[in-house]
Design a protein. Structure first.
Length: 108
């Protein structure tokens, strides 16, 4: 099965192994991005921003982005990750069904 990807007016064929590789690479990069933003949220921004916290009234910033902007990036990456996981499952559905049948011994 071939998929088509249009890049700068040129139609390129994207066969299944290339598409799997692309989806898996994007999953990996998105996961790295989520890990990074999660660590930034955890380590760079201390908890306790309420009226009794040590940063009350101050906007916390790390790498020119506020705490809320980091949270937004983390949230959008999570949505991208979920979409890519759905595509990944779709692309591997026949393998999933075959392995499930083999593991649980159900014949066709």
């Amino acid at each position: 099965m071939c998929y088509y990807l249009k890049i700068k007016g040129v139609k390129q064929t994207l066969n299944r192994p290339k598409l799997n590789y692309l989806v898996d690479a994007l999953l990996f990069l998105t996961g790295l991005g989520m890990a990074f933003t999660g660590f930034v949220r955890w380590l760079a921004f201390s908890s306790g921003g309420g009226p009794h916290g040590r940063h009350w009234g101050q906007e916390q910033v790390f790498l020119s982005l506020t705490r809320h902007e980091w949270a937004d990036i983390h949230r959008y990456l999570a949505l991208v990750l979920v979409a890519l996981v759905i595509v990944h499952i779709y692309l591997h559905w026949s393998w999933i069904v075959t392995m499930t049948r083999q593991i649980f011994g159900q014949e066709r």
